[in-house]
Design a protein around this ligand. Structure first.
Ligand SMILES: [Zn+2]
Length: 272
């Protein structure tokens, strides 16, 4: 069901596999003393398929899960992997605890009926290893640095940086093949957060959805996000109309409309 690609080794011992629905990415980072799975797909059935396909890789057992954020297409499969430690941002844990059940109910509207029982049976993950700023994971012969770089796609995005492979796993802070998703986003803060991600100077960036990207793709997305933020600022300041902003936006109308609404809703959000 639903594999867009087989495992692709995008850098030394970092494998990415893309899955439908949503062309979502699942990534494995392996070291001498451990292997991480970053993001899990949406349900127990979907994640069980990932678990089976891990056998295709030359790695030992998984030693931990890493969740980039609380959107269920990235994290609700976690229950398929047993009692592993689960790393996520502190904000992700809070989001899942406060809104996970209602979010799962909303997802019922977006999935075909034959998948509802699977969705309902998928337990909400409770990350037990939280990150508020930075946290280094030691995989033996390599480190993986987890980091919260600021608000963007959500208020709790977590990235993973593998310095020896010059690779960043960006979650939905970067999207390839489709526009960024703004429903829970912070339009004025996303581009500055991406600048901090770019400061790692990674050669490979694995987005939350779509094909792995290089630095030029990430820079282009940051520029588009900054452009959109400027349009939002002009609309909120009364010097540009919404229709004009939609016309000038680098993103589709539906995306821009959501971003404008989020900009209005979050303009006074306290800085983090
Ligand atoms: Zn997301």
């Amino acid at each position: 069901m639903g594999a867009v690609t087989g495992w692709q080794e995008v850098a030394d011992r970092i494998w990415v596999r893309r899955y439908e629905p949503f062309d979502v990415n699942v990534t494995v980072v392996a070291g001498g003393h451990g292997a991480l799975l970053i993001d899990t797909r949406t349900t127990l059935v979907e994640a069980t398929e990932v678990r089976e396909q891990l056998r295709e890789l030359p790695i030992g057992p998984l030693t931990a899960l890493v969740l980039t954020h609380a959107h269920l297409d990235h994290c609700l499969g976690a229950g398929a992997f047993g009692e592993l430690p689960v790393y996520a941002s502190a904000g992700c844990r809070e989001q899942l605890q406060r809104h996970g059940i209602s979010q799962r109910e909303r997802w019922l509207e977006w999935l075909p009926e034959e998948r509802h029982a699977d969705l309902r049976a998928s337990p909400l993950p409770i990350p037990d290893r939280t990150v508020t700023d930075r946290r280094r994971l030691d995989l033996g012969d390599r480190d993986v640095d987890l980091a919260v770089l600021g608000r963007g796609h959500t208020d709790h995005d977590l990235i993973a940086h593998v310095p020896d492979a010059s690779t960043v796993l960006a979650g939905d802070l970067v999207e390839v093949g489709g526009p960024p998703q703004f429903h829970d986003a912070y339009p004025f803060e996303w581009a500055p957060t991406l600048s901090r991600l770019e400061a790692f100077g990674a050669t490979v960036t694995v987005p939350g959805h779509g094909a792995p990207a290089d630095g030029a793709v990430v820079a282009g997305q940051r520029e588009d996000l900054a452009h959109l933020a400027a349009l939002c600022r002009e609309v909120l300041g009364g010097i540009r109309g919404r229709r004009s902003a939609v016309a000038a936006s680098p993103f589709p109308e539906a995306t821009t409309t959501v971003a404008l609404d989020r900009a209005a809703a979050t303009r006074d959000a306290p800085a983090v």
